[in-house]
Design a protein around this ligand. Sequence first.
Ligand SMILES: C[S@@+](CC[C@H](N)C(=O)[O-])C[C@H]1O[C@@H](n2cnc3c(N)ncnc32)[C@H](O)[C@@H]1O
Length: 305
Amino acid sequence: MTIEETTPDAKGDIQNFWGRLYQSLYAENDAGLTPEILHRQLDDLADMFAYRAHMAATDMTADMIRGKRVLEIGCGAGGHSALFASRGAHMTSVDITPERVISSKHKLDLLAGDAPPASVLQTDAENLPFADASFDIVYSNGVLHHTRDTERALAEALRVLKPGGRAVILLYCKSSWHYWINMWFVEGILRGRMWGDPNWLGKATEWGGKDTQTVENPITRCYTAAGIRKLFVGMSDLQLRKGEFYFYLIPKLGRLYRRYQIKRYGAHPGGKLVYGEDWPIQSPWELALGRVMGFAWFITCDKPD
Ligand SMILES: C[S@@+](CC[C@H](N)C(=O)[O-])C[C@H]1O[C@@H](n2cnc3c(N)ncnc32)[C@H](O)[C@@H]1O
């Protein structure tokens, strides 16, 4: 397990936000990790992703990734990378935020002996320090819409992918309930957050954990299907699938629903590694609505030979 620092032009505002959010969400769980606890939490994580038909379950099965060179861009606290390493992938994981790089390295170190060698780098997705055609699979979950130049970061992701290799990427979906109702209408219009503030969506998204928010998320972008097709032009077999709808995200009413939801459906321990807490289990209604108006695009495509 190696760790390197190659961030050429530090993006302090981005690192600051995601570093503070790391402390709020993950530091406590990370402090208690042992190899046994991590293995148990990875089993829980796999179970939660399977329930949600998340791309980490549907497009990154052990059969698909064992023995493959996989790059995760924006690995965050390393839950996804550790899961793929435990499935036999040769992981290279990058993130711009030092706290998250250390957290990912910690998890991959705890797997040593049970997974292929892995490396973690602190680097910017917009300037990847890898040769062209280095990886069989490039995976990125909810990252590229938070960087300054999404087109450039995506071009980098596809540059380092081998011809015939596969990209598995989550980007936020504009054609969704969460964007138009919870964000645009309630936060943007009713609460007046969008007036005169080009980053109103960034400010309205992403914070979590128990701490009061003291820093702002610099960037969040959302995409229509046409926008995604434009971003991935030139790739073959582009598949788009929507997911991730939650009643509890509806402002005000959602808080009441969340209490009912946890009583009715329970909370899944698979959330610990990726949200720092148990995940309130989605109802079958939410799973179905997610396929129509979810906030996530699960994107897969191949790089032509
Ligand atoms: C929403 S988190 C997702 C983390 C992880 N993929 C997950 O699903 O748990 C966004 C991550 O993107 C990282 N990030 C943002 N801009 C980046 C950039 N330009 N280069 C590399 N990582 C970046 C942040 O540090 C953060 O860890």
